[in-house]
Design a binder for this molecule. Structure first.
Ligand SMILES: Cc1cc2nc3c(=O)[nH]c(=O)nc-3n(C[C@H](O)[C@H](O)[C@H](O)COP(=O)(O)OP(=O)(O)OC[C@H]3O[C@@H](n4cnc5c(N)ncnc54)[C@H](O)[C@@H]3O)c2cc1C
Length: 387
């Protein structure tokens, strides 16, 4: 029941001000979508988008080409123009660092893994280089002498995700977004099979189109029509450590092993990650997390042992049942769109997610790249159809 104040009406309401909600807002405003409201219960970029490491690395961990790999690679390839446009619009440099990514092998099994990855990616015509242990250490002298070999992915790069949030926030404010911060969306209003708006902690906001970009909290968003089930997204905790480097101990590449990664930032910080934990909505850093991340980072670069640990944090990755993002129109409710479940790759997938969702909303046509990620795939699965 709507027992609260009625707010202005919107053309589109986006729920959630993480990187996904922000890129969708920007893409909609660029297409002239009218009154675009973004409702965020805390502040912009408060959650996973701030916690991330900012790696844009679809190739480094991929063992084959599928629809997800195509989506992720296409989004990565949008980044140079995206970064330039954001700098022009807002003056903020999102620090797109294009040195590349190294993936190291320390065991026989790691060597088999990187050999397989090298072969399929070469056959697919992708850009990947095989390095001996000496070549890897020549590129990055901090790498452990125990390394047995490495791959270099020159196209897998990184971005400073906190700057990205700042740039996107400035861009959408300039373009006239209506922001409702510190405002919780309590439910989706659905009437006769179509969206009517959202019930918020400040009142009812009416809109014919609602985009759900609520990350790990998506399952809490229920509808006033109880026949519409909420989407199942689980939180997966990732902890991060941050060290202060010195010139003798810095790296330029993002450096992975099968167990962890280190990410050098331009300001001299070095991030090390991460954990993959099912700990509910608990975002605390734990002793076990610090120990695991430290030991994996030291396997990559033992000299990090002398660096001061200056910060640590954890965030909740939004994961759908099949690990793939959930993107696009929900066929059960007209006007309802999802953009969630980006799990370990939301920063990477953000530019393309924004473009594709805005295209679907403004043209009413489903871009072919969205088909494999439709929210309908879960409903279809329950009645016997599989993707
Ligand atoms: C440790 C770690 C490392 C990572 N590293 C990388 C990486 O290197 N590269 C990469 O691509 N990805 C990485 N990720 C994943 C990436 O951070 C996420 O996929 C991405 O941030 C998801 O963005 P989002 O906008 O969907 O979610 P979020 O950033 O979590 O935003 C969701 C927003 O919705 C708001 N919200 C929720 N419910 C409501 C409601 N009812 N009403 C109003 N607002 C609501 C929340 O407050 C939040 O601000 C990492 C994640 C973690 C935790």
């Amino acid at each position: 029941m709507r027992n609260q104040e009625r707010l202005e009406s919107a053309d589109v309401v986006i729920v959630g001000g993480g990187v996904i909600g922000l890129t969708i807002a920007r893409a909609l405003l660029m297409r002239g979508a009218g009154r675009v409201f973004l409702v965020e219960r805390a502040h912009l970029g408060a959650e996973a988008s701030r916690a991330a490491a900012g790696m844009l690395a679809p190739q480094a961990e991929a063992d084959g080409a599928d629809a997800f790999f195509e989506l992720a690679s296409a989004s990565r390839d949008l980044y140079p123009a995206f970064a330039d446009a954001l700098r022009e619009e807002t003056g903020t440099d999102i620090e797109l660092e294009r040195t590349g990514t190294l993936y190291l092998a320390f065991t026989r099994e790691d060597e088999r893994e990187i050999e397989h990855r090298y072969l399929w990616q070469r056959r697919a015509g992708l850009s990947v280089e095989r390095l001996s242990a000496d070549e890897a250490r020549e590129l990055e002298p901090c790498i452990s002498p125990h390394v047995r070999g490495a791959l270099r992915f020159p196209m897998d790069v990184q971005v400073e995700n906190r700057r990205l949030i700042a740039a996107l926030s400035a861009s959408i404010e300039k373009r006239g977004v209506r922001l409702l911060l510190e405002t919780n969306v309590e439910s989706l209003a659905v009437e006769r099979g179509r969206v009517a708006g959202v019930e918020t902690s400040r009142g009812f906001l009416s809109a014919p189109v609602v985009v759900v970009a609520t990350g790990a909290w998506t399952s809490f968003l229920t509808s006033t029509d109880k026949a519409i089930p909420s989407l199942s997204i689980e939180p997966v905790r990732g902890q991060m450590l941050c060290f202060e480097t010195n010139p003798a101990l810095s790296a330029r590449h993002v450096i992975y092993s099968p167990r962890g990664y280190i990410v050098p930032r331009l300001d001299g910080r070095l991030l090390a990650g991460s954990t993959v934990e099912h700990a509910g909505f608990d975002k605390r850093v734990t002793a076990g997390g610090v120990q695991a991340i430290t030991s994996h980072a030291l396997e990559i670069a033992p000299a990090l042992a002398c660096l001061p640990l200056v910060d640590s944090w954890a965030g909740l990755r939004p994961r759908a049942q099949d690990d793939w993002p959930v993107l696009g129109a929900c066929s059960e409710v007209e006007g309802l769109f999802y953009a969630t479940g980006h799990y370990r790759n939301g920063i990477l997938l953000a530019p393309l997610t924004g473009e594709l969702i805005a295209e679907q909303i403004t043209t009413n046509i489903t871009p072919p790249q969205l088909q494999a990620f439709s929210p309908d795939r879960f409903h279809l699965a329950t009645v016997g159809h599989v993707r």
